[in-house]
Design a binder for this molecule. Structure first.
Ligand code: ATP
Ligand code: MG
Length: 142
């Protein structure tokens, strides 16, 4: 398996609900290394740009409003097969479909308010990491 990096966002709902620690514990216990981290509040321009892939979808406007509603914790995770590994830890997007024990099964309160983001492909991971981090802000440990 290839060593990969993926972008994680702990979303405004989870930050507000005091879940950073428990989510990061679950991330670390899955063997994902946190190699970069910052807290920030996304501007509307930033959120629209980050989710440009979903522009035109019915949930786009609400998604941008949600992602700008409060601070988020943005992190880069590193591991073998990090992208798929983290998607498994997060669980399914649709509310109620997330596998038991996953972050979303435990902490999502709707399809939109689903606690975490994770990149869905190598190409998107590269783009999303670059969106938030300069090379010198990432501290590889593998
Ligand atoms: P993310 O990209 O945040 O990791 P995902 O890849 O599982 O999540 P996407 O299909 O990329 O899901 O959708 C991006 C985000 O948009 C979701 O995480 C969720 O917050 C919101 N979203 C997706 N589908 C819906 C929907 N049908 N209704 C409301 N919100 C939605
Ligand atoms: Mg996605």
């Amino acid at each position: 398996m290839a060593m990969e990096r993926t972008l994680s966002i702990i979303k405004p709902d989870a930050v507000q609900n005091n879940l950073i620690g428990i989510i990061n514990t679950q991330i670390e216990e899955a063997g994902l290394l946190i190699v970069a981290a910052k807290m920030l509040r996304m501007s509307r321009v930033q959120a629209r740009g980050f989710y440009v892939i979903h522009q035109g979808k019915p949930f786009y406007h609400d998604l941008v409003a949600f992602m700008t509603s409060g601070p988020v914790l943005v992190q880069v995770l590193e591991a073998e097969d990090a992208i798929n590994r983290y998607r498994k830890v997060m669980g399914a997007t649709m509310f109620g479909n997330a596998e038991p024990g996953t972050i979303r099964a435990k902490f999502a309160t709707s399809t939109k308010n689903n606690a975490v983001h994770g990149s869905d492909s190598l190409k998107n991971a590269k783009r999303e990491i670059k969106f938030f981090f300069a090379q010198h802000e990432i501290y590889s440990r593998t």
